[in-house]
Design a protein around this ligand. Structure first.
Ligand SMILES: Cc1ncc(C[n+]2csc(CCOP(=O)(O)OP(=O)(O)O)c2C)c(N)n1
Length: 371
C-alpha cells in the first residue's frame, strides 16, 4: 500500500492517488460502481461503530439512563459515506452541515467522539451541543460548520441556501449539505430550498440529501407521495438529481462522490435521494423495537466483504467487540456527570453580540441568572 505523508488525505484522495500512480488497488464492486478494499473496510468499521453507538443509545433510553432516543440504524451507509467526504472545518471555505436527527454516523466518521453523542442523549450539563437541553442527535458544532439541528423538521432546508449563498460569494469549493427525511419533503420549506438554490444565474452550491426510509413516523411514503421519485422534484427547477440504493455502501459512496464533485465544481444544486431502511421504528416513543423484516445494511455489507475475501469472521468479531466496548465506555463515563441546573435554562439563548446594547454578553447576564 502506498502510504501518504499527508495527514489530511481522505480515503477518496488515497484511492485517486493510487490510481494516478498506475497502482490500481484491489476493489469491492457493485454493478458499475467500485471502491478500494481499503476504503470498503474503513466504511465498514465506521458503520459498525455507528451501529454500536445506536444500540447502546437505545438501551440507555430503555433503562432510564436517557429519556428519549431517535437515530439512524439502517442509515449507516449514507451517514458514513457522507461524513468521510465532508470537507471539515470552520467558515465558508469548508462544507456546512444542515442535518436532521439520524446523522450520528456522519459526525462519528468525521471524528466526533462517541461520548459527545452520549452526553446529549443522557442530557448532562457537559453536553457540548446543547448543555443537556436538547434531544439526542441535535448537534451543534461551530468549528465544523454543523448548524444546530432543530426538532422542527425541514427548517434546515431554508437555512442551507443561506450558507450556500455566502459560500458562492466567498469562492472556493465549500458546499452546503442539507439532509432530510422523505416525509419532510412534503413541507413547503423543501420546495423553498429548491427554488432558492436554482434561481437562474444565481444557482447555489447546495447538496440536498434525502434519506428515504419509507415512513414519516407512521405514515407510509407510498400513501402520501404520488411522485415516484422525490429527487425528480428537482426537474422543473433544472436541478440535477439521482435516486440510489442507500443500502449499498459501494453505490452510496460513488453517488455521493459524483454529486459532491458536481456541486463543488459547478456551484449548482444537486438532489441525491437514497433509499434506506428504518430498523428501529421512528423513535423510543414507538418502542424502538428492532424491525427484522427490513434489509440490514451492516449485516449485508459484512457478508459481501467476507464473500469477496476482504475480511473474515474473526476480524469482524474483533471490530464489533471494539466498537461495543467504545460505546459502553462512553456510556459509563457520563453516568456520574452533572445534570443541568434550572438556573442555566436561559444560558446560551442568544450569542454574545457587541452590537446588542442591552445584553452585550449573553442573555444569561440578566440579574439573578447564573453565568
Ligand atoms: C414542522 C414539523 N411538523 C411535524 C413534526 C413531527 N414530526 C417529527 S418527525 C416527523 C416525521 C419525519 O419523517 P421523515 O422526514 O421521513 O424523516 P424520518 O423520521 O423518517 O427520518 C414528524 C412529522 C415536526 N417535528 N415538525
Amino acid at each position: 500500500m502506498a502510504q501518504s505523508t499527508d495527514p489530511d488525505e481522505t480515503p477518496a484522495d488515497h484511492d485517486r492517488r493510487l490510481l494516478t500512480l498506475g497502482n490500481a488497488p484491489p476493489v469491492v464492486r457493485s454493478g458499475r460502481d467500485a471502491i478500494s478494499t481499503e476504503l470498503a473496510l474503513t466504511l465498514f468499521r465506521q458503520m459498525v461503530r455507528t451501529r454500536a453507538l445506536e444500540e447502546r443509545s437505545i438501551k440507555m433510553s430503555k433503562s432510564g439512563e436517557a429519556y428519549f432516543w431517535i437515530g439512524g440504524p439502517g442509515e449507516e451507509a449514507l451517514n458514513v459515506c457522507l461524513g468521510l467526504q465532508i470537507h471539515r472545518g470552520q467558515g465558508p471555505a469548508f462544507d456546512y452541515l444542515h442535518l436532521h436527527y439520524r446523522n450520528a454516523g456522519t459526525l462519528l466518521s468525521m471524528g466526533m467522539p462517541m461520548v459527545d453523542h452520549i452526553r446529549q442523549l443522557a442530557m448532562t450539563a457537559t453536553d457540548r451541543h446543547s448543555l443537556g437541553r436538547n434531544f439526542v442527535g441535535h448537534y451543534a458544532m461551530p468549528e465544523w460548520n454543523v448548524v444546530p439541528v432543530t426538532s422542527v423538521i425541514e427548517v434546515q432546508m431554508v437555512m442551507a441556501p443561506g450558507t450556500a449563498l455566502m459560500q458562492k460569494r466567498h469562492g472556493g469549493e465549500g458546499i452546503s449539505v442539507a439532509v432530510t427525511g422523505d416525509a419532510g419533503t412534503a413541507e413547503g420549506d423543501f420546495e423553498s430550498c429548491l427554488l432558492w438554490s436554482s434561481r437562474p444565474g444565481n444557482e447555489l452550491p447546495v447538496l440536498v440529501l434525502v434519506a428515504n426510509n419509507g415512513y414519516g413516523i407512521s405514515t407510509t411514503h407510498a400513501s402520501q407521495h404520488a411522485a415516484r421519485r422525490i429527487a425528480a422534484r428537482g426537474e422543473p427547477y433544472g436541478i440535477r438529481n439521482e435516486t440510489v440504493d442507500g443500502n449499498d455502501p459501494v453505490v452510496m459512496w460513488n453517488a455521493l462522490e459524483r454529486a459532491m464533485r458536481y456541486v463543488r465544481t459547478q456551484r449548482k444544486p444537486f438532489i441525491l435521494e437514497a433509499n434506506v431502511s428504518r430498523l428501529h421504528g421512528h423513535s423510543s416513543s414507538s418502542g424502538a423495537q428492532r424491525n427484522w423484516t427490513e434489509y440490514d445494511v451492516v449485516a449485508g455489507f459484512e457478508q459481501k466483504l467476507i464473500d469477496c475475501g476482504a475480511t473474515d469472521a474473526d476480524q469482524v468479531r474483533a471490530m464489533k467487540d471494539e466498537a461495543k466496548a467504545e460505546a459502553d465506555d462512553a456510556a459509563d463515563a457520563v453516568a456520574t456527570e452533572p445534570r443541568p441546573s434550572p438556573l442555566d435554562v436561559y444560558m446560551g439563548t442568544y450569542a454574545p453580540s457587541s452590537v446588542d446594547a442591552v445584553y452585550p454578553k449573553d442573555y444569561t447576564g440578566l440579574p439573578g441568572r447564573r453565568r
